[in-house]
Design a protein around this ligand. Sequence first.
Ligand SMILES: Nc1ncnc2c1ncn2[C@@H]1O[C@H](COP(=O)(O)OP(=O)(O)O)[C@@H](O)[C@H]1O
Ligand SMILES: [Mg+2]
Length: 294
Amino acid sequence: MNSHAASSSLVELKHLTFGYGGRPVLSDLSLRFPKGKVTALMGASGGGKTTVLRLIGGQISPQSGEVIFDGQRLDTSNRKALYQARRRMGMLFQFGALFTDLSVFDNVAFPLREHSDLSPELIRDIVLMKLNAVGLRGARDLMPSEISGGMARRVALARAIALDPELVMYDEPFAGLDPISLGTSARLIRQLNDALGLTSIVVSHDLDETFSIADHVIILANGRVAAEGSPAQVRASQDPLVHQFVNALPEGPVRFHYPGPSVAQDFGTDSGSDSGPNLGTNLGANLGEKGANS
Ligand SMILES: Nc1ncnc2c1ncn2[C@@H]1O[C@H](COP(=O)(O)OP(=O)(O)O)[C@@H](O)[C@H]1O
Ligand SMILES: [Mg+2]
């Protein structure tokens, strides 16, 4: 074990290769998530960001390479060791919805009741402390249907930190939030990281908010690291792919168009080009994002 690396990184991925059913997603990927810091993991949709979080959480195992959490290899751990490591992680997954039939209080209490033998009195104190940390102590008795989307996200955040994790992974925590809630959530992630001495990994598409709270930014593309560094370093990158991503440009190394038949083949035009300038650029905008790694 490399003790030097372990002292500065809480999570480390080494030469990781992973694919679903033989379709490669990550190839020889090496990453470090520094202890105590907020690291943003960014990149085009379908690039493997959620997959990286699932590998760290041990929900899936790499085909080759190593997943190291606090100096301990997770990918070869037995069930018990993996379970223990996972208890030190909080996860706020994409669409990680609240239980709609449980109150705000009971949503946050859920993991404590499930994973600890704490007394009801102690659970109450912890739940109110966590709700206080996200500014929602007063909303304890409300049902999820009675709170806004931004508040629901903060309750989910309180639930994710209920068991006092050392690592918190956020998968697109800002998706669907209005600009004010988005800013509030982003600052909250930063504040909780610093106040509770956490290590945070934030997967997000929101460049400005994410760059404003991250210490370290990693941009994934084509199963590898395209750029890495401080937000300022990544913003200044001259790499064409990173430039395209940071400036949200539709054309560049990450193709807008999903690979398919040429325009001429599909429409019988004689343009001969596969990007069809006459068709405008709005068709299939969502499909286009996946072109890079197909
Ligand atoms: N359970 C799965 N089975 C098969 N393919 C999957 C599965 N989950 C994700 N993928 C594919 O793996 C690639 C990476 O997915 P993902 O990690 O979700 O990307 P991101 O989070 O960056 O958008 C995508 O092409 C996606 O379609
Ligand atoms: Mg994802």
